[in-house]
Design a protein around this ligand. Structure first.
Ligand code: 5AD
Ligand code: SF4
Length: 468
């Protein structure tokens, strides 16, 4: 692994070869798939550099927290968590605490002054240098001079994840684009994750082949906005058809023959109908699209600077629903955005009814410091936000129950991912349309793709009988 030369002297022996006590690191992750994926890579780096990654904080010398700042609640979690870590170890040596991820990137060295005592801060693109920072912090622990690295990725950043550090032995997250250029007025991501940067297609395809060899069955191509995937010239996609680089990448990924490919998140303005054609064409491109709409009111969408009027969004929905693959559709909605009237909220409810989503993530608007929407003073009360949240949630519950009941008697292909958390006799996994499916089967089926006839539809999961 190659680190930034300012931090690592080339003649320095590898940590693994030194006979010093092994330092134990515990890593906790909040937030999105991108954070889960970054954490897998952080653990891979630390183990390669001679640290031991432990599953409990009790004996850890270093606690790392990979943070999310998309909503205020997510950020508050960080301070509570550190408070509890500090409180739990009142006798004996306190662990070093390092903050990673979006809160680290946004707050930088101001975190070092927090009463919870944070020892070092690592930004969203500096994770490749994590081992150096941890090591330096351990060496300097008595001096308590906190380290901060908010720098860019090194050119030789190692994207691969060691199989042992992957969250699932069968499913792998593969970042294809980082950051976001959209600047929706409520969103902190363009600030915390920076501008869009696409990974070269050749590298992505090589990694899919490698994952396939390692026994991975399902790859999730991830990014804040995968549809705007745009690698620099010489991208290795010349042989593939497609109106956009993302469509070409989907075709190239499908051609690797890996069992399943899923992708998130799609942004409506950049969603191209050829994405649906590619799904129709390749069975291993899964029949699930996550297409956040945020609001059903054109006025609110304009205030959010989303750039997709409702009608345009509905055209994409129509194309998705017209597919013979029975593509499932999920979305995100923010309620209580500043200026959202009762009529605007009614329009959102009508849109939700029309789209009949298979799943919906509903968020109460949370002002994020530094974003344009946070500067607006006439905001809605918490009570109104809560009321709209509950109303929309209850509407979606009714719709979802109906949508899930349509799966009764259908046969779904399910990847047996784990033993069910409810009963040891059942296995649990996801269908190609990304539904959680539980079914009775022996553990020998783990990691296999099985056919399940659906017998029971619950609100958020399906239950069925294995056929093969
Ligand atoms: N307040 C509430 N929800 C937000 N999201 C992003 N920013 C905010 C915010 N400031 C939601 C959006 C996005 C999802 C990941 O989080 O719905 O799609
Ligand atoms: Fe945030 Fe909008 Fe970018 Fe999504 S598309 S990450 S909501 S700025």
């Amino acid at each position: 692994m190659d680190f930034n030369s300012t931090l690592t002297l080339e003649s320095e022996p590898s940590r693994a070869s030194l006979k010093t006590p092994v330092n134990k690191v515990y890593l906790e992750t909040f937030g999105c798939q991108m954070n889960v994926s970054d954490s897998e890579r952080v653990k891979t780096t630390l183990v390669a550099e001679g640290f031991e990654v432990v599953t409990s904080e009790t004996a850890a010398d270093v606690v790392l927290i990979n943070t999310c700042s998309v909503r205020e609640k997510a950020e508050q979690k960080l301070y509570h968590r550190i408070g509890r870590i500090r409180h739990a170890r009142q006798s004996g040596r306190q662990p070093l605490v390092g903050v990673l991820g979006c809160v680290a990137q946004l707050e930088g060295d101001t975190l070092l002054a927090k009463p919870q005592r944070i020892d070092f801060v690592v930004g969203t693109r500096a994770t490749g240098r994590i081992a150096e920072i941890v090591r330096k912090s351990l060496n300097a622990r008595e001096r308590r001079d906190g380290l901060v690295d908010l720098g860019e990725r090194e050119n030789e950043y190692e994207w691969a994840v060691a199989p042992a550090q992957r969250n699932s032995p069968y499913v792998a997250f593969l970042p294809i684009i980082e950051g976001c250029n959209k600047f929706c007025t409520y969103c902190i991501v363009p600030f915390s994750r920076g501008r869009e940067e696409s990974r070269p297609a050749a590298e992505i395809i090589k990694e899919i082949y490698r994952l396939k060899e390692q026994g991975i069955k399902e790859v999730h191509l991830i990014g804040q906005n995968v549809n705007s995937y745009r690698p620099r010239v010489g991208d290795g996609l010349d042989g593939y058809r497609g109106a956009t680089p993302f469509v070409k990448l989907l075709r190239a990924a499908a051609a690797t023959g890996i069992e399943r490919i899923k992708f998130t998140t799609s942004f409506p303005r950049d969603f191209h109908k050829e994405i649906v054609s590619a799904i129709d064409e390749f069975e291993n491109l899964c029949n699930w699209v996550h297409l956040p709409v945020q609001s059903g009111s054109d006025k609110v969408l304009r205030l959010m600077r989303r750039g997709h009027p409702v009608q345009n969004y509905l055209k994409h929905v129509a194309a998705i629903k017209a597919s013979p693959r029975k593509i499932s559709l999920t979305s995100d909605i923010i309620v209580g955005f500043p200026g959202e009237t009762d009529e605007d909220f009614e329009a959102t409810k009508r849109l939700v009814e029309e789209c009949e989503y298979d799943g919906l993530y509903i968020f109460k608007y949370s002002p994020r410091p530094g974003t344009p929407a946070a500067a607006v003073t006439e905001t809605l009360s918490e009570a109104v936000k809560q009321e709209r949240f509950l109303e929309l949630e209850s509407l979606q519950r009714k719709i979802q129950q109906k949508v899930y009941e349509r799966y009764q008697d259908r046969v779904l292909k399910v990847l047996a991912e784990k033993i069910s958390s409810k009963t040891e006799e059942d296995l649990s996994g996801h269908s190609t349309c990304h539904k959680v499916v539980n079914f009775a089967a022996p553990v020998s089926q783990l990691g296999r793709m099985v056919e399940v006839r659906i017998t029971t539809a619950k609100l958020n999961s399906l239950y069925g009988t294995m056929l093969n």
